[in-house]
Design a protein around this ligand. Structure first.
Ligand SMILES: *Cc1c(COP(=O)(O)O)cnc(C)c1O
Length: 221
C-alpha cells in the first residue's frame, strides 16, 4: 500500500514533467498539491517519506486532525485549503493553512483579511471561480470576478491567482483556457486547476498548481 503511493507519486511527477515538456514550460512552474482529504495517515506518511511537502485539504477540521499533530516535524510543509470556507472557520483556517484557494465572496474577504492581520501571518490567497456557472458549485461567477478582485484590493487582501473546478464530464480544456484568460486579464500569476483525471491537460493550459488526490493515494474512504 505504501509502495503504491511512492510509485504513483513518481509516475505523477514524471507525467507533470512530460506535460511541461510538451508545451515547453519549465517543470518548476508546476507544483503538485497532494490532496490528502479522506485518506489514512499511513498513506500520508508514505507521501511525506517520498519527499512530498505540499498537501491540499478541503475541510478545516479534517485538516487539523491530519496535520496539527505532525506539523512541527515538517517545517517546510505547505498546506492548501481547496474546499469552501465558512466565516466561522476562518480563524482556524488562517492559523493552519499557507494558501487559501477558495476566496469567493466579500464576507470571506473581510474575515480572512482581518484574521491575517490579527495573526500576523503570511498567507497567500486565490479566488475560486465558478467557471462553468453551475448553480450548485461554489466560486465567484466569472462576471463578478472584477468586482470581487477590486473588493480584495480595498480590503488589503492580496490575491495571487485563480482556482477552478470545471463541470464534471465535460471537456475541461475549454474551461481551463477560460480561467487562464481571466487570470491574464487581471495580471494574476497562479492558476490552480486540474485534478486526477485532467491535470495533464491543465498543465498544457497553464496550471501552476495541480490538485491530485485519488490518482496518488487511491480511492477515498
Ligand atoms: C478532492 C478534490 C481534488 C482531488 O480530486 P481527485 O479527482 O481525487 O484528484 C481536487 N480539487 C478539489 C477542490 C477537491 O475537492
Amino acid at each position: 500500500m505504501i509502495s503504491d503511493v511512492t510509485a504513483s507519486l513518481n509516475k505523477i511527477r514524471q507525467n507533470i514533467q512530460n506535460s511541461c515538456m510538451r508545451v515547453q514550460r519549465p517543470a518548476d512552474q508546476v507544483q503538485l498539491v497532494a490532496v490528502s482529504k479522506q485518506q489514512p495517515m499511513d498513506k500520508i506518511y508514505a507521501a511525506l517519506d517520498a519527499g512530498q511537502r505540499l498537501f491540499g485539504e478541503n475541510r478545516v477540521q479534517e485538516a487539523e486532525q491530519h496535520w496539527a499533530p505532525i506539523r512541527a516535524q515538517y517545517p517546510d510543509l505547505q498546506l492548501h485549503l481547496i474546499g469552501p470556507l465558512q466565516t466561522n472557520k476562518v480563524r482556524s483556517a488562517v492559523a493552519l493553512f499557507d494558501v487559501i484557494e477558495t476566496i469567493d465572496r466579500p464576507a470571506l474577504v473581510d474575515a480572512v483579511a482581518r484574521e491575517i492581520e490579527a495573526q500576523g501571518k503570511a498567507l497567500f490567497c486565490l479566488v475560486q471561480v465558478n467557471i462553468g456557472r453551475e448553480p450548485q458549485k461554489s466560486g465567484v461567477d466569472p462576471d463578478e470576478l472584477p468586482a470581487l478582485l477590486s473588493y480584495c484590493d480595498k480590503a488589503g487582501l492580496v490575491i495571487d491567482g485563480l482556482m477552478c473546478i470545471p463541470p464534471f464530464a465535460e471537456d475541461p480544456r475549454f474551461y481551463f483556457q477560460q480561467l487562464r484568460d481571466l487570470a491574464d486579464t487581471h495580471g494574476l500569476w497562479q492558476l490552480s486547476m486540474g485534478m486526477s483525471s485532467d491535470y495533464e491537460i491543465a498543465i498544457e493550459e497553464g496550471a501552476t498548481f495541480v490538485r491530485v488526490g485519488s490518482a496518488l493515494f487511491g480511492d477515498r474512504d
